[in-house]
Design a protein around this ligand. Structure first.
Ligand SMILES: C[S@@+](CC[C@H](N)C(=O)[O-])C[C@H]1O[C@@H](n2cnc3c(N)ncnc32)[C@H](O)[C@@H]1O
Length: 220
């Protein structure tokens, strides 16, 4: 049975960190790797899309203890776990969908998202990434570490399977359901470029997990 996205993560917030670090291949490598790519300057402002319990932030605070984080997540219990882990950190936590929450423009030095955006289509991502690009300061960047489809065929299969399951279960609302529908790196890159990022680079890869860096370069 498909579960609504926030209900799926709400049920799994207890023990989530342990589950990710023991069951997700290469998690012990890609979380610290992602964190290392974020700015190390004191007091930088970072936006985290789908921050959950803050696994990537745990590593980031080791590189930059004074970073100011705005974290957006649909699931209140994941955000509560994050707040309880880092009571002394500068955290602004917003419970809502990153598709709906407005982002202040020219505000963030960098943004990050880990293992959250593989549930959405290219059409859904372009307006989100447009909003994200505007929210970054000049020369700011977005680090995306996520699970990707390894071929166009896989991407179509995941997408069609979600449509089939929704039809079978009589779901016709526009809510988010937890089912992985990753894009290929090529289609993700197209979405980021269409949103106004000037450069998108693949920095690393572990199986089907990739790290991409999208930069908002201001050409004078
Ligand atoms: C697999 S967890 C990843 C959490 C964290 N980034 C990590 O890597 O441990 C996915 C998170 O994305 C959140 N999420 C999914 N769709 C979302 C949306 N539209 N807006 C905000 N958060 C979302 C879920 O609530 C969940 O906490």
């Amino acid at each position: 049975m498909l579960e609504k996205m926030n209900e799926f993560f709400d049920k799994r917030s207890d023990g989530y960190d342990e589950h990710m670090m023991t069951n997700i291949e290469s998690a012990e490598e890609f979380y610290p790797y992602t964190a290392e790519l974020l700015p190390k300057t004191d007091g930088v402002k970072i936006l985290d899309l789908g921050c959950g319990t803050g696994l990537e932030l745990e590593y980031y605070f080791k590189c930059n203890p004074t970073a100011k984080i705005t974290g957006i997540d649909l699931t209140a219990s994941m955000l509560n776990a994050l707040k309880n882990k880092f009571p002394e950190k500068d955290l602004t936590l917003i419970c809502g969908s990153y598709f709906d929450v407005p982002f202040e423009e020219n505000t963030f030095d960098a943004a990050v998202s880990v293992e959250s955006l593989h549930h959405f289509t290219k059409e859904e991502k372009i307006p989100l990434y447009t909003k994200l690009c505007k929210a970054l300061k000049d020369n700011g960047y977005f680090i995306l570490t996520d699970y990707f489809a390894l071929s166009d065929e896989d991407e179509h299969t995941f997408k069609n399977e979600l449509l089939r399951l929704k039809k079978e279960q009589g779901i016709d609302d526009n809510e988010f359901y937890h089912y992985d529908t990753p894009l290929t790196v090529e289609h993700e890159t197209e979405a980021l470029l269409a949103a106004g990022f000037s450069d998108v680079a693949v920095l690393n890869k572990w199986g089907a997990t990739f790290t991409l860096k999208a930069t908002k370069q201001v050409i004078i």
